[in-house]
Write a protein that binds this ligand. Structure first.
Ligand code: PMP
Length: 372
C-alpha cells in the first residue's frame, strides 16, 4: 500500500537544527541552580513585578487585545535612549526581530553572514527565509572585521553581529564596529544585536545606536530579557531608519507584546536603580570569578574576555569542558556546554549570585586539584 501523501516541508525549513535552550534540570530531572541561560541573578525589578501582577497602573484588561503599537512602551524607550519612537519596533523577544530582519531582507539565493560562534539564532533566521547562512572565521573566538568584510559577496543581504557576542562574550569596540559598517555595501542590512549592551562599561559603548540613528542600513536590537530581568515576558525592540522599521512592522505579529509584558517592561524601564544595581553586581562578580579561575594557576582553563553577563571558559588541560559540566551538575549547577555549536572544549557560565559564583569556583578548583 503506498504511503499516504503528506505535506512536504520546504527543504530550507527541514534543514534547520532546532534552537537548544539553556536547561534548568539535570538528566535525572533534578532542579538545578540555573547558570545556563544568561538570566538576571537579581531577578526582576519589584516595580515590574507589581505591574505584571496588575497592581501597577496600566496592567490592563485581559479580555482586550493589547495596544498593537505598544505606544507607552515605545515612548518611554525613546525618551530613555533619545530616539524618536517612530524609529522603534517591538518584538516578542529580540529573537522575533532577528528573524523578521532576515525575512524582510533576505530570501532564497541570498546570503546571511555572521562570525563563527555567533549567536545560534542567526543560522535559524537565515534558513527560515531560505537564505544561505555564511560563517566567517573568528579570531580567537572573537569577530574579525577584515574576515567578515572579506566574506561579503554580491549575494550578501544581511550581516548579523552580536556585540557583546553570545556565547563567547567577545566585544568589538566602537572604532572596529564603525570600520565594519563603513566597509559594508550600503544595500546590505547590518544588524547589531545588543542583547547584552547594558553590561558594557558606558565609556566603552560601541556606537551602534548612533549608527542606527544616522545610517540607512543599520538595525540595532535590544532586549528586556537580560539586565531588565524579564526573560519570561518576551519583550525586545529594534531601532533604525524608518524604512527598515516599516518593513518589520508589516510582518510582525500585530499584537506581539502582551498586556502584561507591556506593563512589566514599562515599569522595568522606570526602575533604572535596579538596572544600575544589576550592572554593578555583574561587573563585580564577573571580575571576582575570572580572578578566582586565574588563581587556579596553569590548569589549561582559560576564561575568555567577556563584556557580558557570562564567561566562556576554554578547557585545554587536565580536565575537559564536559567533565567540568558534569562535575558542576553533580554539585547542583547547570551550565552550558556547547558541543552543538562547535565548542566541545568550552563551557559557558552565567554570572549568578556571589554565593553561587564562590561555589562554582570551588568545584572547579577541586577538579583542578584532583586532576593535577
Ligand atoms: N541575542 C543574543 C546575543 C542572545 O544571547 C539572546 C538570548 N539568548 C537573544 C538575542 C534573544 O533574547 P530575547 O529573545 O530573549 O530578547
Amino acid at each position: 500500500q503506498p504511503a499516504a501523501a503528506r505535506p512536504v516541508p520546504k527543504p530550507w525549513i527541514a534543514a534547520i537544527h532546532p534552537y537548544v535552550p539553556g536547561k534548568s534540570t539535570g538528566t535525572d530531572g533534578r532542579v538545578l541552580i540555573k547558570l545556563s541561560a544568561n538570566e538576571n541573578p537579581l531577578g526582576t525589578s519589584p516595580l515590574a513585578r507589581a505591574a505584571r501582577l496588575g497592581s501597577g497602573a496600566g496592567a490592563g484588561d485581559p479580555a482586550r487585545y493589547p495596544d498593537p503599537e505598544s505606544h507607552a512602551l515605545r515612548g518611554a524607550l525613546g525618551a530613555l535612549h533619545g530616539i524618536d519612537a517612530a524609529r522603534i519596533v517591538m518584538g516578542t523577544g529580540s529573537d522575533e526581530l532577528l528573524n523578521l530582519a532576515a525575512q524582510a531582507f533576505a530570501g532564497p539565493g541570498d546570503e546571511v553572514l555572521y562570525q563563527r560562534y555567533g549567536f545560534s539564532v542567526y543560522e535559524i533566521a537565515a534558513r527560515r527565509c531560505g537564505a544561505e547562512p555564511v560563517v566567517a572565521a573568528d579570531r580567537d573566538y572573537a569577530a574579525d572585521v577584515d574576515v567578515l568584510l572579506g566574506a561579503v559577496t554580491a549575494r550578501t543581504r544581511v550581516v548579523f553581529l552580536a556585540n557583546p557576542n553570545n556565547p563567547t562574550g567577545s566585544y568589538l569596540p566602537r572604532a572596529e564596529l564603525a570600520r565594519l559598517h563603513a566597509g559594508l555595501p550600503s544595500d546590505v542590512l547590518f544588524v547589531v544585536d545588543q542583547a547584552y549592551a547594558e553590561y558594557v562599561d558606558a565609556d566603552a559603548e560601541d556606537g551602534a545606536l548612533d549608527l542606527a540613528a544616522a545610517a540607512e542600513n543599520v538595525l540595532v536590537t535590544r532586549t528586556f530579557s537580560k539586565i531588565y530581568g524579564l526573560a519570561g515576558e518576551r519583550v525586545g525592540w529594534a531601532t533604525g531608519a524608518p524604512h527598515l522599521i516599516d518593513m518589520l512592522n508589516r510582518i510582525r505579529g500585530p499584537f506581539n507584546i502582551t498586556v502584561t509584558a507591556q506593563a512589566a517592561a514599562l515599569a522595568a524601564l522606570d526602575d533604572q536603580t535596579f538596572v544600575a544595581a544589576s550592572r554593578e553586581h555583574n561587573r563585580a562578580e564577573r571580575t571576582r570569578f575570572v580572578a578566582a579561575l586565574a588563581a587556579l594557576g596553569n590548569h589549561g582553563l582559560r576564561p575568555l574576555p567577556s563584556e557580558a553577563n557570562f564567561v566562556l571558559i576554554e578547557f585545554t588541560g587536565a580536565f575537559t569542558a564536559e567533565q567540568a559540566y558534569n562535575g558542576l551538575m553533580d554539585h547542583g549547577f547547570i551550565t552550558r556546554w556547547l558541543p552543538g555549536q562547535g565548542l566541545p572544549q568550552c563551557l559557558r557560565i552565567t554570572i549568578g549570585t556571589a554565593d553561587e559564583m564562590d561555589r562554582v569556583a570551588a568545584v572547579l578548583r577541586q577538579m583542578a586539584e584532583v586532576a593535577r
